[in-house]
Design a protein around this ligand. Sequence first.
Ligand SMILES: Nc1ncnc2c1ncn2[C@@H]1O[C@H](COP(=O)(O)OP(=O)(O)OP(=O)(O)O)[C@@H](O)[C@H]1O
Ligand SMILES: O=P(O)(O)OC[C@H]1O[C@H](OP(=O)(O)OP(=O)(O)O)[C@H](O)[C@@H]1O
Ligand SMILES: O=C(O)c1cccnc1
Ligand SMILES: [Mg+2]
Length: 667
Amino acid sequence: MNDREMSCNTGGQFMDRGRMNQNGVVQPLLTDLYQITMAYAYWKSDKTDDQAVFDLFFRNNPFHGEFTIFAGLEECLKFLDSFHYSQSDIEYLRQTLPEGIENEFFEYLGNLTAHDVTLYAIDEGTVAFPRVPIIKLEGPLIIVQLLETTLLTLVNYASLMATNAARYRMVAGKHVKLLEFGLRRAQGPDGGLSASKYSYTGGFDGTSNVLAGKLFNIPVKGTHAHAYITSFSSVGELKTRLLKHKQTGIMEDLLEHAIRHRQMLSHVLDVSTEESSEGELAAMVSYAIAFPDGFMALVDTYDVKSRVTEQVTQVSYVQTDNKSRTTTAATATTTTATITNGLPPTPPATPQAAAANGQLSGRKNSLSQTELTNGQSNSTEPAQTDIVNATTTTPTINTSTSNGTAYLPKYVEKSFRSGLLNFSAVALALNDLGYHALGIRIDSGDLAYLSCLAREAFEKVADRFKVPWFNKLTIVASNDINEDTILSLNEQGHKIDCFGIGTHLVTCQRQPALGCVYKLVEINGQARIKLSQDVEKVTMPGNKNAYRLYSADGHALIDLLQKDSELPPAVGQKVLCRHPFQESKRAYVIPSHVESLYKVYWKAGKICQQLPTLEQVREKVQISLKTLRNDHKRTLNPTPYKVAVSDNLYNFIHDLWLQNAPIGELS
Ligand SMILES: Nc1ncnc2c1ncn2[C@@H]1O[C@H](COP(=O)(O)OP(=O)(O)OP(=O)(O)O)[C@@H](O)[C@H]1O
Ligand SMILES: O=P(O)(O)OC[C@H]1O[C@H](OP(=O)(O)OP(=O)(O)O)[C@H](O)[C@@H]1O
Ligand SMILES: O=C(O)c1cccnc1
Ligand SMILES: [Mg+2]
């Protein structure tokens, strides 16, 4: 049994082939059946020694953007390095392929390796553009063909993911931390692992995925789930309240400290202790005892959202006057407006702004512990902390009125502030014992508004309790965040230090596939072209080289494809760059710097370059993105980056096109 089989049989994800580790699922049978049937037909037709050139490229940038980050190269090289069919693979193929396949073919397959293949590629982590091959393979037709599907699966998602992550990084800015939380929502275990790896490549700071941390040496980070909070309902459940003072080593009652602080904080934060959850306090105390130096708490547990169909209880509001920007308490007795889960029409910038335009109403509506714990959304029980004088009614809360007066449901703030009060109390208790808490996570509601509210609360506590480090507490936000959410939050003015992002990031919801293809461009020295009604799908024939031409200010100007027989463009010399298909589109470029995009990465059975670490690839992404002008990178209507062909290649393509396009006959 070989290494791979052992790894698979023992359920091990990664194998150690002595030289390089690779996910055990990446193996020659991880391909489409037609690659193997074609291999047999090539073999039967005596095409074993034909020399082929294939290009691996994509036709369009993802996410309505104008750039793509190339990723996955290292995995491709590991695949070439380990490429061979095991005895059990051959056995399986014997049973699976149609009857009549000659025995010698299986012997041939059994001895096949990627030794005679040469692989050229752009550096991993570099920005890449449509139609410029990111990988080019030369070698015996059969083997190069057999590599197609596996190489595509290794590059497509990796590049899509790295690009997605890089886009999140761009909109978040370099000072905000980005954590990948997507494993639970990813396309299966392997999708989850790749997402963690390539989101790190693209610029994320860490992942919650522990195996990814171990395998790829990525920082692993995390907070805790709502379940931890809801698993406690009173302080009586605390099995221990004692924590060692960090400096004196004396055991002290953390709960006692927390309760004392909670009393004082309730005035500062304007939330009564009765209104905050005791279970939440107990949970936070116990978590702090477990992690006194890393206390980070989820503060939005006792907060629920309302839906049109939900029954809600009578609630208290703060009535807000848009003109005077003053707030007065009011009580709604019957409610008849619609509560939606959608976003406010114009998002609030700050708590004040939110209050001023009443936008918080109807976003996150109330708090009901029952709903949270049993998952029902039509609870008729009063919420544990916020809703007073509960009576069930049909939900109808007006978010604004015609005279410009808006209602801000007071309980929205209150429910959130239960978490803030309890967190602050526990953090101050920890402070008494010589520890500094890390911060909070907000996982629902209006993230801009609530982050501002939290920051304001922390500033007050820092000031009143003389704990300046409270100003530095980290605010993590999560909940269905995507690129547009971050852009919108930026506009609103949030106080978030870190985004935890799962679903939209790992599933690449906005565009779930990159669409890389693998096309034969030359066979035995003869260029091949694939024609299509759709000009975009016409392949660039022949063995080509690719260059990136730079302007004097260091920005990438254009990518130029040439026939491999042509001399490279030279610095300071005028080069004619032509649109590959539109005759009138051409330009002279005098490059200040010329970058030859391809390096030989694999030749004669060996990796020929020092492979960068994941960390280095991650740095490369940022360096490479800097060479792109901002107008290519903006999210709305970015300027397309130009990809051109040399005059020579242009004429070659069009001659070949004419030769290959059949002349129709009109009758
Ligand atoms: N200020 C904001 N501006 C723009 N988008 C926001 C803002 N605050 C939150 N969001 C986004 O709005 C969406 C809120 O969705 P939804 O109403 O379903 O969640 P929720 O009710 O707040 O939370 P839960 O996950 O507990 O149901 C999320 O995608 C979130 O990222
Ligand atoms: O929202 P995402 O970007 O996917 O980030 C990951 C989510 O995973 C967790 O939610 P959980 O699975 O507990 O479920 P939830 O949707 O009810 O919050 C966490 O609280 C985040 O909300
Ligand atoms: O650590 C977290 O906070 C986390 C991890 C996975 C998903 N959601 C949140
Ligand atoms: Mg969520």
